[in-house]
Write a protein that binds this ligand. Structure first.
Ligand code: SAM
Length: 248
C-alpha cells in the first residue's frame, strides 16, 4: 500500500476515495442498521454497549461527545445518567445514520439532553479542552486517518476527561479464529443479502474488522496521539475491546 492508497475492507483504494466509499456503506445500511446488529450478533451488541456505558464513570453535568454515534444506542444509554445539566452531542459524518438516530432518540424520550450534529472525526468542531467524555463505538475502524481522529479527541478533552473506544478487535484464542472467520465471511454477507438486500456492506464489515489495528497497536496509536494512561480490556474473548485514554 503506497502513501496515496489505503484499505477499504480488503481493497486498496485512493486515500481520498475511502470516506465516500464508507459513506455509501452507511447510507445503504442506515434503515436496517439496528435490525442487522441484532441479527448478526444475536443481540450481544446490546450487552457490549451496556457494559461499555457502565464503565464510563458518568456524572450529572458532564459534556459528552458520542462520536460516530450513528443511530444513537450509546447516546440513549448515557442520557439518563447526566442529570438536568449534562449534555450529549451525537456526532456522525453520515446524514442517513443521524436521521435514524434522531428519530430513535425522540421515540425513546431521550432527545432532550442530546444535540445531533454532522461532523468528521478527523476535524472535530469543538474548542480545545471542552469535553468530559468522548465515546466512539464501532466507528474508528471506518475512519480514513485514524491518527488524526485520535489527536482530535486528545485536543478537545478537558483535563480529567476520558476517551473510550469500543471496537471490534482481534479474537484471542487462536483456536476460535477459524470459526469466527467462517461466521464472518459466510453468515454475515448472507444475512446482509437476506434482510438488508446488501451483501457487499456486510462483506466490508467482516473485512474492515480484519484490517483494524489489534489491541496493542490501537493502544500505541492512542499514546502517540497524546492520550495518557491508555489501557484496554477485551470483551467476549477479544471479539471487541474497550480502549480508554485520558487527559491529565
Ligand atoms: N456508534 C454506533 C453504534 O455503535 O451502533 C454506530 C456505529 S456504525 C458501525 C459506524 C459509524 O461511523 C457510522 O454511523 C458512520 O457514518 C460513522 N463514521 C464513519 N466515518 C466517520 C468519520 N470520519 N467521522 C464521523 N463518523 C464516521
Amino acid at each position: 500500500m503506497s502513501d496515496s492508497t489505503t484499505h477499504f475492507g480488503y481493497r486498496d483504494v485512493a486515500v481520498q476515495d475511502k470516506q465516500a466509499l464508507v459513506g455509501e456503506v452507511f447510507t445503504s445500511v442506515a434503515g436496517n442498521y439496528d435490525l442487522m446488529n441484532d441479527l448478526m450478533s444475536l443481540g450481544i451488541h446490546r450487552l457490549w454497549k451496556r457494559h461499555f456505558v457502565s464503565t464510563l464513570r458518568l456524572r450529572p453535568g458532564m459534556d459528552i461527545l458520542d462520536l460516530a454515534g450513528g443511530t444513537g444506542d450509546i447516546a440513549a444509554l448515557m442520557a439518563p445518567k447526566l442529570g438536568d445539566t449534562g449534555h450529549i452531542v451525537l456526532g456522525d459524518i453520515n446524514a442517513a445514520m443521524l436521521s435514524v438516530g434522531r428519530d430513535r432518540l425522540l421515540d425513546r424520550g431521550r432527545a432532550n439532553r442530546v444535540t445531533v450534529a454532522q461532523m468528521n472525526a478527523e476535524a472535530l468542531p469543538f474548542p480545545d479542552q471542552s469535553l468530559d467524555r468522548i465515546t466512539m463505538a464501532f466507528g474508528l475502524r471506518n475512519v480514513t486517518h485514524k491518527e488524526k481522529a485520535l489527536a482530535e479527541m486528545a485536543r478537545v478533552l478537558r483535563p480529567g476527561g476520558m476517551t473510550a473506544i469500543l471496537e471490534f478487535s482481534q479474537v484471542r484464542p487462536e483456536l476460535l479464529r477459524p470459526f469466527y472467520d467462517w461466521y464472518s465471511f459466510n453468515v454475515l454477507p448472507r444475512l446482509g443479502a437476506r434482510f438488508a438486500g446488501d451483501p457487499d456492506s456486510y462483506q466490508y464489515l467482516a473485512e474492515s474488522i480484519r484490517k483494524h489495528p489489534n489491541q496493542e497497536s490501537l493502544k500505541e496509536m492512542m499514546v502517540d496521539a497524546g492520550l495518557e494512561m491508555v489501557g484496554y480490556r477485551n470483551l467476549t474473548m477479544g471479539i471487541c475491546a474497550i480502549h480508554e485514554g485520558f487527559r491529565t
